[in-house]
Design a protein around this ligand. Structure first.
Ligand code: 3AL
Ligand code: ZN
Ligand code: ZN
Length: 504
């Protein structure tokens, strides 16, 4: 190359790299394998579209992955003139579910779940966005570097969009630059435990770590999620473990984690959440209590904090709403989780709190492991892994068990779509409205199905599913993620085109 050629060399390199980037992006967007539909401009019509202002009969117009219009009373005549129309009749068209609490366990423990099986299960269940927990994978997501490992592991394996919570642990809590590195790298918020997590590289935090975490989060306006149980009387816990009582009996396990553990943790948290109030030293941060089980004193404390102006929210999970301690059979370790599923009266109180908006949202806390570690064979509640496998079924479970309480479609959308989108800072998701991502689930609320071996479960280990053997109401027909039809009539799209969600 002569002198003039060299002069243009950087320009040529720039042009080539731009072209490569452009080709990669365009080929990604137009990748026919991403969707079971061949067009990217179409209308979905239905007599029951769940919008923030109520359930309407009409059409949702989708173009380039986004919702470009929502119209009421879409007539048959208009239908014929518009080309690509998918008529779902009276099946429900709702925003895709956003599960803010799932453990996908990859990298490091793909024998437990993994991005591929976990997000296939999500898509089959109408969940269009998952926020992955920072623990149960190995290593735990507690630094910029370990977040990169997560994002790399997810590449081309996710059928739905996946965001990530980062871990707040003693090692990074006082290291502001490490925490900011993790936040700048894109975690949507932080998560910590007030009791041992069961995972060696995810140690518990105390109130002072949590205070540091909230102060770091304030300028990012992102939340801290906390597993709120505090070990009291750990002595008697270990005595029970040593086989004094019947380890196959659920009540043995239940007595090891009383409601007072939740109360003690929440009391400590509320000392710190005062800082999140308007004008407080951590204003801008938010504290979210995960998987509340105790609907008595713990819930009262949370209600009080909300009244005082703390920036605080709380979730519970379908397994606390579907089951009660009284009905858990000896040895049925599928239902072991922490905090534990409590008595039937507590379950009624939980439903009451969900129906009245005192519990803000639902999440799966999908936390599977292998059948061996779940101790299905010997039914030992004290040795079994604590965690419920449920991801694919959260929509029909909430709907089926909610019938008795008169749950509405708009309530479902609030608990599973709108509020979780807000918590995770996903302003373009969770609601069917113009300008938002076309993340949609189409389902039949009246169709029942048997969850037995003839039903295709996509979880890595279907046998540990908490709902296996149940008859449920509410069948998912189709799932759209940013306009891609990723699941339809039991089949997934050929390629996994979900994207990692990184906060900016
Ligand atoms: N490590 C982990 O997933 N723990 C979860 N399991 C459970 O039942 N409660 C949890 O916090
Ligand atoms: Zn937890
Ligand atoms: Zn969890």
């Amino acid at each position: 190359m002569d002198i003039v050629g060299w002069k243009f060399f950087p320009l040529v390199v720039g042009l080539v790299s731009f072209l490569l980037f452009y080709m990669k992006t365009v080929s990604k967007l137009s990748n026919a394998e991403c969707s079971l539909l061949s067009h990217d401009h179409y209308w979905i019509i239905s007599k029951r579209i769940v919008t923030p202002t109520g359930v309407i009969s009409g059409a949702v117009e989708i173009y380039g992955g986004n919702i470009v219009s929502v119209v009421k009373n879409y007539h048959q005549q208009a239908k014929s003139s518009r080309g690509n129309v998918i008529d779902y009749g009276d099946a429900v068209v709702m925003p895709g579910l956003i599960d803010v609490h799932a453990h996908l366990d990859e990298p490091g423990r793909t024998e437990w779940e993994g991005f591929l099986s976990g997000t296939k299960a999500a898509a089959a269940g109408g969940v269009t966005t998952l926020i992955d927990m920072p623990l149960n994978s190995f290593p735990s997501t507690v630094s910029e570097e370990t977040l990169k490992l997560k994002v790399n592991a997810a590449e081309e394996k996710i059928y739905v969009d996946v965001g990530f919570w980062g871990g707040l642990v003693p090692e990074n809590a006082y290291n502001r630059s490490a925490l900011e590195g993790l936040l700048n790298a894109g975690v949507l918020g932080l998560k910590s435990f007030m009791c041992p997590s069961g995972i060696n590289d995810f140690p518990m935090t105390n109130a002072s770590h949590i205070k540091e975490g909230l102060h770091a989060l304030a300028k990012y306006k992102r939340p801290l999620l906390v597993h709120a149980e505090k070990e009291l009387d750990a002595e008697s816990y270990s005595e029970t473990r040593d086989g004094v009582s019947d380890a196959r009996s659920y009540s043995t396990y239940l007595s090891t984690r009383p409601p007072s553990w939740e109360v003690a943790a929440i009391r400590e948290l509320l000392e710190v959440t005062k800082d999140t109030r308007y004008g407080g030293s951590a204003e801008g941060s938010h504290l979210h209590i995960v998987h509340l089980s105790d609907a008595r004193a713990s819930l009262d404390l949370i209600k009080g904090a909300k009244i005082s102006g703390d920036s605080i929210s709380v979730e519970t999970c379908p397994h606390y709403l579907a089951f009660s301690a009284e009905e858990i059979q000896n040895g049925d370790t599928r239902l072991k989780c922490s905090p534990p599923i409590r008595d039937a009266d507590n379950k009624e109180k939980l439903w009451d709190a969900v129906m009245n908006g005192h519990i803000d949202m639902l999440s799966s806390d999908h936390s599977p492991t292998t059948p061996a570690l779940k101790h299905l064979e010997d039914g030992d509640f004290l040795r079994a892994w604590g965690g419920v496998s449920s991801l694919q079924y959260v929509l029909p479970v909430t709907w089926s068990y909610g019938q008795k309480y008169g749950v509405t479609l708009n309530q479902l959308a609030s608990w599973w779509c709108e509020s979780p989108a807000q918590l995770a800072g996903q302003g373009l998701k969770g609601v069917i409205k113009t300008g938002n991502h076309a993340d949609i689930v189409v389902w039949e609320p009246e169709t029942e199905f048997e969850l037995d071996e003839n039903h295709t479960a996509h979880h890595r280990h279907p046998s540990i599913s908490a709902y296996m053997g149940k008859r449920l109401t509410g069948k998912v027909l189709a799932t759209y993620v940013r306009g891609n039809l990723v699941f339809k009539d039991g089949k997934h799209a050929p390629a996994a085109c979900g994207v990692p969600i990184l906060a900016k």
